[in-house]
Ligand binder design. Sequence first.
Ligand code: HEM
Length: 585
Amino acid sequence: MATLPLVLSGLLVAGLLLYRAALPRLLPGIPHDAKSSRRLFGDLPDGLQYAARTKEFLSFLSWRCEQLGSPIVQVSLRPFQKPLVVVSDSRETFDILHRRGRDFDQSDGFRLNFSAAWPNSTVTMRTGEQWRYNRRLVVETMSPAFLRDIDGPTTHKMSLELMKLWRRKAERAQGRPFDVQSDLNKVTNDVIWQVLLGTEVRAVKSQIEYLSSAEKVDLPASVDEVVALPEGSLPEVFNAFGLLAESSTIARKSVFGSWAAQVAVRVYPELSRAWRLKNAIVKRSARDAWNKFKDIDLVDKHQATSAAEFVVQREVKQAQKEGRKPEGPSKWLEGELAIMLAAGYDTTASSMSWGLNYLSIHQDVQAKIRRILRETFPKAVAESREPSPAELYNTALLYLDAFIEEVLRCSQLIPSLSRTTITNTRLLGYDIPIGTTVVSPHHRPKRTAPRSEKPSTSKGPPDTKLAPVKDSARTSSGEEFQPQVNEWDDTSDDLQNFRPERYMPSKEGDEHLDLMAGPHVTFGGGTRGCFGKKIAYLNMRILLAIIVWNFELLPLPDELSGLESVEANTVTPRRVPVRLRPLAG
Ligand code: HEM
C-alpha cells in the first residue's frame, strides 16, 4: 500500500521533469518574449493570434523583432526544441549567406521538410561531397545552351498554348473578370515537366479541349463580377504533383515536424500513390535518356530535348574526352531531377501570380512593358506573330526584367531564409551554439508595404523601429563585409511604391539592370542559394512577354485588386482575377 504514494510522487516528479524539459530552452542573453518563455508552446500562441489577425504567420517573426526592438531575438514554437534565432538585419543576413559557410549550412528544418518526398537530392543534404557530386550532375542545365535550346523554346511553346486557352476563356467571359491562378499553376507545371523530363503533362491542353465542348456559361449580371468558368478534369500527374509539392508543408505545420511528412507520404493512400507515380516517371525519363544517348555514336545523332537527356548526353561526351566509362542513371540523378521539378514549380507559379496582379493594378507599367516589347521587336509586329524564343532570350529587355525584380521585392513570396549553425559561433554579439537554426525573415514592414495593408499598418502593432546594429556587435566578417548591395532606406515612403525603375540606374548611356539596388534575397544566396534561378528568370520573362503581347489586362474594380496572400510553400496571392482584352498579333 505504501508503494502507491511513492508511485504517485514518482509520476509527479517525472511529469514535472518532462514539463521542464519541454519548456523553451532559452539561449543566454538573446532578447525574447518573457511570457512566451514560460509556456510549453513558447511564442506559438502569440503567433497564432497574430495569424488570426493578419492572415499571415511567417511575418510574425519579424514582428517579434520589431516588438522587442532588437534585430536579433529568439522564438520557441515547439516543446522540447531549441529556440529559433531570428535575425532581422539585411547586412548580417547577407554575411551569413555569402561569407559564413564555415559556421552555417542549409537549415536542418528546410532539409528535413523536403526529405520525405524528395530524397537523394541536394536540398536534403548538408553541403559536402555528396552535395557537390549531385550539383555537378545537373550543373549544365543552367548553361546558355540548355536555356537557349531547351528551356526557352519549351516555355515559349507552352505560353502560346496558354494564350489559346485564355482566348477561349475571354470569349466566354464576355468582358467579365475570371481567375487565372490555376491556369498559371497548370502552365508552369506543363513547362517544368517538359523541360526537365520531356514528359507531356497536358494540363493546359486538357482545358482547351474541355472548353471547346463545355456548355454555355452562366454569366453574372454585373460585368465587374468574377465569372466562374468551367474547369475540366486534370491529368493524373498534375493532381499528384500538386499534392506532393504540398507535402513539405505537413512537416512545417505539425508538432512532429518532418516525421509527420515521412509518415504521411508513405501512409496516406493518395499521397503515397502520388509519390510512387512521381518516382516512376522520373526513373523512366532518366532511363530513356540513357538509352537514347548511352553510346558515343548515338550522342550526335539525336537532339536532347529535356534536362534528363541533356545531362546524359553531356556526361557521355565528357566521359569519352576523359577516356572513362560514362555514368548511367542513378538515384542521385533521379533525386536531382525530381527536386528541380518540386523547387521550380510553385515558386514560378507564385511569382507569375503576383506579376499578373501587379500588371492589372499598375496599368502604366503594363502599357510601358508592351510599348517597349513592340518597339524592340518590330519584325514580329510586322509579321503578326509573337517574338520568338530566340528573340526573347537574346535581346536586352531591361524594363521587363526590372518589373520582375520589383514583383519579387514587393511580393516577398519567399518570406524567410534559414541556416543552421555547424559550429559554436557568434552573431550580433551573442554566443550561438552549434545546431541552432537562424531565420532571417523578409517581412520588414516598409519593404512589404506594396503587397497589402500590412500588419505594421492597419492590422498589427505600431511600426516600431529596430535599434541600429553597432558595428562592434557584428562578427568580424559582418564588420568587414561591405556588401556590394545597397540598403533600402526604410524611412523612405518610396518603398511603398511599385516602381520597377528603382532597378534601373538613370545614367544615360549606362543602361543596365542594377540587381544591387537593394538587398534581394528572394533566391537566397551563397553556396546554397537557388540553383534554378536562371530557369526561373527566363521562364518568367517569356511568359510575361507573351501574355502582355497577346492581351491587355484591363483595370479591375478596387475590391478585386486586393493583394491578400496565402501562406503555403511560398506566399501566393489569394486570387488572380484578370479582365482580358485580346490584342491583334
Ligand atoms: C521564382 C522562382 C524561384 C524562387 C523564388 C526560388 C527560390 C529559392 C530559394 C529561396 C531557395 C533556398 C535558397 C537558400 O536557402 O539560400 C531555393 C533553393 C533551390 N531552388 Fe529555387 N526558386 C525558384 C525557382 C527554381 C527553379 C525553376 C528551380 C529548378 C529548375 C529551382 C531549384 C532550386 C534548388 C535545386 C534549390 C536547392 C538548392 C540547395 O539546397 O542546394 N528553383 N530556391
